[in-house]
Design a protein around this ligand. Structure first.
Ligand SMILES: NC(=O)c1ccc[n+]([C@@H]2O[C@H](COP(=O)([O-])OP(=O)(O)OC[C@H]3O[C@@H](n4cnc5c(N)ncnc54)[C@H](O)[C@@H]3O)[C@@H](O)[C@H]2O)c1
Length: 331
């Protein structure tokens, strides 16, 4: 696998824009391809918007000079120039398979191709990829420039070296690569998010809670713990001195009670209206950009605080700072 100097992006929407901002800030050049010419303005704006948060996140770090961004509407130009390709086209197997076939026919076999897919199993789209052993899923989280998690999932034909080389590249982007042992629909993290999302939709559809009440139930409670420790460690502590064993003894019986309805509800027009109107009301007139700025400032602050304790995403930040300091400057 080759040394990466230029990251190629296929699809430059929300996720492509996030990858661009992160990679440029970490000193990589980016060539971004989108079939929609309007996306050039969009991606340049997205990179610009991410700057303050990225600078605050890495304040005091020995960052390389930022990379430069090129945009093209021809994915083949991108495939010729890139050392590592991250695909971010819409979440549809047919669109992804076609796009991956086109670029993999051009990108040399030592160029890794990663898909940002939220839940499609790599084996289901790997057949369309030329030299499929260099293909994997590298699933990020929005905003990609601030959240360190990237799930790495290999398909049936993915080589072990591909996972290892991708892992190393994502570390160079300051991320926390999590290698998923076995491919399953939704990988790991989105299965958890999806479970909550389904329960939310049921409760809104049944009139049991509003979008605002559901968000309060997370923001003032479990959500605060999740940035520090995952559910399992949180429950271990909640069990008192006997830890997880007591937790299971106490709440084990509740697992038999109807506390969840994991089968998804039907997205009726009424449910869609309730979700849309509910979140619009919660936004209190603030635009998406304004909400993003608030979110980003808080995400930076959380990571900088966690770094003081070398915990969770703060430990990733500390490891990134050390990696930059230990690494010879890129030529
Ligand atoms: N939005 C999220 O929170 C999120 C999080 C993690 C992963 N993902 C995944 O990332 C991928 C992209 O999601 P998104 O939210 O950025 O979507 P998006 O709709 O914002 O962007 C998709 C972009 O792909 C472009 N496109 C479509 N067909 C193309 C082609 N053949 N070649 C090049 N460009 C093409 C579109 O013009 C559009 O700009 C999906 O697989 C999604 O599941 C999304």
């Amino acid at each position: 696998m080759r040394d990466v100097k230029t990251l190629g992006l296929l699809g430059t929407g929300v996720i492509g824009g996030g990858w661009a901002a992160r990679a440029l800030h970490c000193g990589f050049d980016v060539i971004a391809a989108d079939i929609d010419p309007n996306m050039e303005t969009w991606i340049r704006g997205a990179v610009e918007t991410a700057q303050p948060a990225l600078k605050a996140l890495t304040a005091g770090f020995d960052m390389p000079a930022p990379g430069s961004l090129t945009f093209t509407t021809d994915p083949r130009d991108m495939a010729e120039a890139a050392d590592f390709i991250q695909e971010n086209v819409p979440e549809r197997p047919d669109i992804k398979s076609r796009a991956l076939a086109e670029i993999s026919a051009i990108a040399p076999a030592d160029v890794i191709i990663a898909s940002s897919t939220s839940g499609i199993m790599p084996s289901d789209i790997q057949e369309s990829v030329a030299a499929p052993e260099r293909f994997l899923v590298g699933h990020p989280f929005n905003p990609v420039y601030l959240l360190p998690l990237v799930e790495l999932v290999g398909g049936r034909k993915t080589a072990a070296q591909t996972i290892e080389a991708a892992r190393s590249f994502y570390l160079d982007l300051g991320m926390h690569p999590l290698v998923v042992q076995r491919e399953i629909p939704g990988h790991i993290s989105d299965r958890l998010q999806e479970a909550i999302w389904r329960e939310i939709l049921h409760m809104v559809a049944e009139g049991e809670a509003t979008t605002d009440e559901l968000d309060q139930s997370i923001v003032y409670g479990p959500g605060m713990r999740w940035a520090i420790m995952g559910t399992n460690m949180v429950f271990h502590i909640a069990g008192g001195e006997a830890g997880m064993r007591h937790m299971l003894e106490q709440f084990g019986p509740a697992l038999e009670w109807p506390w969840t309805r994991l089968k998804a509800p039907t997205l009726t027009p009424d449910l869609i209206d309730r979700m849309v109107e509910g979140t619009k009301h919660q936004a209190e007139g603030r635009s998406i950009r304004e909400l993003e700025t608030i979110r980003d400032e808080c995400l930076v602050a959380v990571q900088r605080v966690l770094a003081k304790h070398d915990m969770a995403s703060g430990a990733t930040l500390n490891a990134f700072e050390k990696r930059l300091a230990d690494k010879p400057a890129r030529s």
